[in-house]
Write a protein that binds this ligand. Structure first.
Ligand code: 2DT
Length: 210
């Protein structure tokens, strides 16, 4: 049995991640790759509902607590995630632990360092590929709908962008998110295909930050 690949899209708010995730899933399915799209936070669980209330500014939560909720929201999906990957399903995630670390570390709250945030994610599998949709916060702010949720502020998004940059390693592919939807999709397919092949050929799933 060959395993599925874990493909993660990351980037600032309104950079077009969700559109690209959907297009990628459609493409992979059309080529016969069993694929599912997931997103984090998963707002449908009870933990996800608390996160949603926080993000939509209906509830106040301590920064350390909300950070734990985001982590728990991933851990509650861990078993199913591992089961699907082992059964050969490729997962395309709209955000994952990298957002968890980048957004909390960007707050600059004493104690909530990048190292601390990373340490809470070690039970989760690492992405085979992180597609970083890079775009300046000013450019994303000019897009429709920006500013509706807690973190959608240019100054904060700049810090998030810096945090993402410091997390990059050889598993990351950086794509300019300011191009056209179709151009970006072509670039995404080009970086994803070899990763899906490697997973299919038996490349082992990594652990976060190993
Ligand atoms: P969207 O649903 O629009 O992507 O916004 N976030 C996300 C965190 O702070 N920590 C996390 O672990 C994750 C997954 C990023 C969700 C917002 O929540 C932030 C933007």
């Amino acid at each position: 049995m060959t395993r599925g690949a874990l493909i993660v899209f990351e980037g600032g708010d309104r950079c077009g991640k969700t559109t690209q995730c959907s297009k990628l899933v459609e493409y992979l399915q059309s080529t016969g790759v069993d694929t599912q799209m997931w997103r984090f936070p998963n707002r449908s669980t009870s933990i996800g509902q608390s996160i949603n209330a926080y993000l939509s500014e209906q509830a106040h939560l301590d920064d350390a607590v909300v950070h734990m909720l985001f982590v728990a929201n991933r851990l509650e999906q861990r078993t199913e995630m591992l089961r699907l990957l082992a059964a050969g399903t490729t997962l395309v995630l709209d955000r994952y632990s990298y957002s968890g670390v980048a957004y909390t570390a960007a707050k600059g709250v004493p104690g909530l360092t990048m190292e601390y945030c990373k340490s809470l994610e070690v039970l989760l599998p690492a992405a085979d590929l992180v597609v970083h949709m890079a775009m300046t916060p000013e450019a994303t702010a000019a897009r429709g709908g920006y500013g509706q949720e807690r973190y959608e502020k240019v100054e904060f998004q700049k810090k998030v962008m810096e945090a993402f940059e410091s997390l990059r390693d050889e598993r990351w592919a950086v794509i300019d998110a300011s191009g056209s939807i179709d151009d970006i999709h072509k670039q995404v397919v080009a970086v994803v295909q070899p990763v899906v092949e490697r997973a299919r050929a038996g490349a082992p799933l990594g652990k976060l930050w190993d």
